[in-house]
Design a protein around this ligand. Structure first.
Ligand code: NAP
Length: 455
């Protein structure tokens, strides 16, 4: 703690909305580290109130009783910096708008609100010349938004791939290490507190998609909404998919991917380069086990960034939790306080580009296809011919004959499991190939179609 902080420095009034998991830790840091924060920012950060629903509820932080209030609106209007950690749509949205109107700097961790109504909030903040920061909204403690907007501002980001949902990473990691089916791994995650009672937003990929929209917007200087993100969750991933991927040297992760790709509909730019669009998508993905993201275990998060000059970068850490997330919130608060001390306009997120969103059909990637086929001569050549006819080139094909499954209902006698990894192919060509495979008399079923990245 720095005890040499001048008593005459500026005081900035800080309003905290919410004292739950994250808010209580932010209050603790503001109260316990007041002198150190003053030394780092050049201003005394005075916590002037904490808005909650129940002022008498027990709290994780030992803050003076008189700081608590249920009148969030009055609190917002008295502050220089408003920290919104209530979560949900309302009253968080109205309070943030009130804070912006009042000219206060806003810090929030509310990814759900930003995903739904971010563009309105960013525009209002821009118009009012106030700063709206939300480092905590993506990947909890991991500093990822400021590296993208500041540290890499002189570079050109080409791709961002993130494990940005701890619940789904925990479930997939458990399936990978124990061989459990999805439902059992989910039940385990719920029992241990890694999944919420209603896990829909996590397992259906909606939470990762909200973060994907934020990452894409900042990386590509264009505002993308949740509706721009192609989203597929992990509920369809089976223990058999995981085992087959493992056998072939891959791990399955739920990735949020945002990348620039040539946009065939837009032709070329004035300098002859292909015009670009952006694909933003969330889906279960096969990654080679040696890829840096494959090493991200349990509920941890990581974001892998590729930029033209910097090359590959990876940011890794805790994606949730009250104290880790409070670290990200306080980073935004300190940065905002420094700016308020120095003066000058707020740093707004650049949205100078208007890159179109590309449909999932525009994406070309490698695919993993699992199928149950008859174990008889000529099957492999029939399948290879069919792939070639559709312009999809096979990289590897593995066949496992399951003698022990011969009597099972689905497999039928003499069946074999085929696993094919393709070279890069378009979504459209792959879809047509899969449809054609299903029509072959030697195929019992197509058991999985998953995308492969990081090869
Ligand atoms: P939480 O534990 O549910 O806390 C919410 C707080 O807001 C509570 O103190 C609650 O008051 C207060 N509140 C809610 N509605 C209110 C209302 N209408 N009026 C006044 N106060 C109200 O939430 P959290 O886990 O701290 O999360 C806060 C935000 O951070 C969310 O946007 C979340 O998405 C984001 N975030 C959280 C994490 C994490 O690990 N938890 C990670 C990244 C981002 P009472 O206590 O009186 O009920």
């Amino acid at each position: 703690m720095d005890t040499n902080v001048s008593a005459n420095i500026k005081t900035l009034k800080v309003a905290l909305l919410g004292a739950g998991n994250v808010g209580s830790q932010v209050a603790r840091i503001l109260l316990e580290d007041a002198d150190a924060l003053a030394a780092r920012t050049g201003a005394r950060l005075q916590l002037v109130g904490i808005a909650v629903r129940n002022v008498d509820a027990p709290r994780e932080v030992n803050a003076p009783r008189e700081l608590y209030t249920t009148d969030a609106s009055a609190l917002v209007r008295s502050a220089d910096i408003v920290i919104e950690l209530m979560g949900g749509m309302e009253p968080a949205r109205t309070l943030i708008l009130e804070a912006i109107e009042h000219g206060a700097t806003v810090v929030t961790g509310n990814k759900a609100l930003l995903a739904v109504d971010g563009p309105t909030l960013y525009e209002k903040a821009d118009a009012a010349g106030v700063q709206l920061s939300y480092e905590a909204a993506v990947a909890g403690a991991i500093p990822i938004l400021r590296p993208i907007t500041d540290s890499l501002a002189g570079d050109k980001i080409t791709r961002v791939m993130g494990i940005v949902n701890g619940t789904t990473n925990y479930i997939l990691d458990a399936m990978d290490s124990t061989g459990a089916q999805f439902a059992d791994a989910l039940a385990d995650a719920t029992r241990l507190g890694y999944a919420e009672a209603d896990p829909t937003a996590d397992i259906e990929g909606h939470d990762a998609a909200a973060k994907g929209a934020i990452l894409a917007s900042l990386a590509f200087h264009t505002r993308f909404a949740l509706s721009d993100v192609h989203c597929q969750g992990i509920t369809g991933v089976t223990a058999e998919d995981i085992a087959a991927a493992k056998d072939a040297g891959y791990v399955i992760k739920l990735l949020a991917i945002a990348e620039t790709l040539p946009n065939p509909a837009a032709g070329k730019t004035d300098d002859g380069a292909p015009a670009l669009g952006v694909s933003v998508r969330v889906h279960p993905t096969l990654l080679p086990r040696e890829h840096p993201l494959a090493a991200v275990r349990g509920a941890y998060n990581a974001v892998f960034v590729e930029a033209e000059s910097a090359g590959e970068l990876m940011f890794y850490g805790r994606g949730a939790g009250g104290t880790p997330t409070a670290s990200a919130v306080m980073g935004d608060v300190v940065s905002a306080a420094r700016r308020l001390v120095l003066g000058g306009p707020g740093r707004t997120d650049s949205s100078i580009e208007v890159l179109p969103v590309l449909p999932i059909e525009a994406v070309a990637t490698r695919y993993y296809i699992g199928m149950d086929a008859a174990d008889q001569p000529g099957v492999l050549s029939k399948i290879s011919t069919l792939f070639a006819e559709h312009g999809v080139s096979i990289e590897t094909m593995r066949q496992t004959v399951h003698r022990e499954r011969e009597e099972t209902e689905n497999a039928g006698p003499g069946s074999a499991e085929l696993r094919i990894v393709t070279h890069r192919a378009s979504e459209a060509a792959l879809a047509a190939t899969v449809e054609a495979i299903k029509g072959l008399d030697v195929i019992n079923s197509v058991t999985s179609v998953l995308r492969v990245e990081g090869v």
